[in-house]
Design a protein around this ligand. Structure first.
Ligand code: HSE
Length: 340
């Protein structure tokens, strides 16, 4: 592959643009310090066009085009192909790695799971920010990756670029993780924090949407479904155990009132949407936790996870949980980990 890695970005919303922005802004640093050059050869969206340029697309022109509403605003040039069928584009493009960051569907994992399968079958590595395929079809995709000799990496699906998957699978290898317990949804933690400061639920949610933390449909965040989806991924990654979304006890934050938050504060506690997973199963629900708990100090869109381990006891990781650049970094970290 050499030091130039050709990329196909499937989905070009907040996260895809975040990765593109990093590749542009840190191009010199990545080349000089990591011997890495990411070259975007294809970008596909479901409603705003597709582009394929085997010679490499211009990132400034891509960002400008999407900022004006559609990839069709990208200027004409020799060898540029537009508006192809996405599966065909994935199979036939010259990318080394497909970066999947379309919208998440926790029920079917589609259409992203098919995109990932097409990429692996056509000899491309897959790196995901999209949670759906990992939550729903991880075993099948991992088997396909093993069969085709390609990698399937998904650090960006949980806690954005904060390396909770790599910490568990690499740095903590040899420890037995008994349980993971954390704040895994940035939008709800942001809303709860803002409500503690006196903002209304509706205004706090609108801010979270404006800041790019929330899902396209924020119901997934506030209902707890997004955090459940992340637990399904952790269940696979930590315990090799597949759960479905219907098997998880889930309560979101929509029932939390300003009076509840004030009552917790008066008792020296904070409301947090706590997600837990172990070999026995998982749950998501709002809990009042004492301020002495490391998770209580986690504010705004920040996420945190505590791994309860046999050899070290609790190990807590705190960091960004949402946002275009923050999640884009998770994708970059996986791209840097691919064989070159
Ligand atoms: N909507 C998600 C969150 C984005 O708020 O945490 C990151 O998965």
């Amino acid at each position: 592959m050499g030091e130039r890695m050709k990329l196909a970005l499937i989905g070009f919303g907040v996260v895809g643009q975040g990765l593109a922005r990093i590749l542009l802004d840190k191009a010199d640093e990545l080349r000089n310090e990591q011997q890495f050059t990411g070259e975007i050869v294809a970008v596909a969206t479901r409603s705003r066009g597709t582009l394929y340029q085997p010679n490499g697309l211009s990132i400034p022109k891509l960002l400008d085009a999407i900022g004006r509403g559609s990839l069709n605003q990208y200027p004409d040039e020799a060898r540029l192909a537009r508006n192809q069928d996405i599966l065909t584009l994935i199979r036939e493009c010259s990318a080394d790695a497909v970066v999947e960051c379309t919208h998440t569907d926790f029920q079917s994992g589609q259409p992203a799971a098919d995109y990932c399968a097409a990429a692996l079958e056509s000899g491309k590595h897959v790196v995901l920010a999209n949670k759906g395929p990992v939550a729903v079809a991880y075993a099948e995709l991992r088997a396909l990756a093993a069969k085709t000799g390609k990698r399937l990496l998904f650090e960006a699906t949980v806690m954005a670029g904060t390396p909770c998957i790599r910490l568990a699978q690499t740095a903590l290898a040899g420890c037995r993780i008994e349980e993971a317990r954390g704040i895994l949804n940035g939008t709800t933690n942001y809303i709860l924090t803002q409500m503690e400061g006196g903002l209304s639920y509706a205004d706090a949610l609108a801010d979270a949407q404006r800041l790019g933390y929330a899902e396209a449909d924020p119901t997934a965040d506030v209902s707890g479904r997004d955090a459940v989806g992340k637990l399904l991924i952790l269940s696979q990654a930590l315990f090799n155990r597949k759960l479905t979304i219907d098997q998880v006890a889930m309560t979101g934050i929509t029932g939390i009132t300003p009076a509840d938050i004030e009552a917790a504060r008066a008792a020296g506690e904070r409301y947090k949407l706590i997600a837990r997973v172990s070999r026995e199963g998982c749950s998501v629900r709002p809990e009042r936790i004492p301020t002495s708990d490391p998770l209580a100090a986690v504010s705004g869109a920040t996420n945190a996870i505590t791994y309860q381990t046999d050899l070290l006891g609790p190990v807590t990781l705190v960091g960004a949980g949402a946002g275009g650049i923050q999640t884009g970094f998770g994708l970059l970290a996986d791209l840097l980990a691919l064989p070159q």
